[in-house]
Design a protein around this ligand. Sequence first.
Ligand code: SF4
Ligand code: SF4
Length: 261
Amino acid sequence: MSGYVALERLRRFMTDADIARAEAAVPGIKGVFAYVFPYLADMSEGNISLYARGEDYHAAVRRELERRIEELRREYPNAAFLPYVDASPFPEVRAAAMAGLGVIGKNNLLITPKHGSFVFIGLIATDLRLEAEPCAPSVCIGCGACIDACPTGALSVNGFDALRCLSDITQRKGELSENEKRLVKACNTAWGCDICQLVCPMNGGAERTDIEGFATDLITSLRSCDIPPTQAEFKRRYRSRAFSWRGRGPLERNLALLEQE
Ligand code: SF4
Ligand code: SF4
């Protein structure tokens, strides 16, 4: 799925610094194309979050975006295109929603009609000015199940607090607080957290991915013995995995917590 949103509409959700960064990266920028890439392949229990079980999405989504750029170049040979996966100056979930790909749920995620919230978002900034397409018919019914189920209070009626999110906690380097350790163990997670997605009724009929990198060679769970003793070996073994970007430290720590009596 893809859509387009004009920068004029996105500006009010961006800082001045982000606008300047976007304008420097694509001179004359007029908007962004937004794409969603479904990743749901396997819902079996495990201690690795669903999004991180297959190929690292940074590589897979970038590859998909490069393909889209080739198609766009054939249609618009004189336009500029720049792909972004994470670390973009744009509010990605907001951009995808404004491009008509879904709605933003109370769980702070994009909910799409076909794949629920189990999607990665990729953006292509451009100097093309296009008309926006009509919105896709997806909804958040406001049931609050995600807020009720969130184990850390990161989700509340006031919105989302990333610093309290268990996904963020499991990826942090260094020592965790006693409460954070307790949460990691209680939720049996070595990497990430899917709770607010698993309870969301909008995800009930989410279709599985057809992207090969997200559907094959899955790692559902890890144990301490799967973590090599050196950083170099860890990177060699897991360099194609999203859970490797913080190095071996956070995983080793989290797994030790899970394996404590
Ligand atoms: S990912 Fe987990 S901790 Fe983070 S908001 Fe969702 S339920 Fe809460
Ligand atoms: S669980 Fe309910 S409130 Fe939360 S995102 Fe899903 S539909 Fe919306």
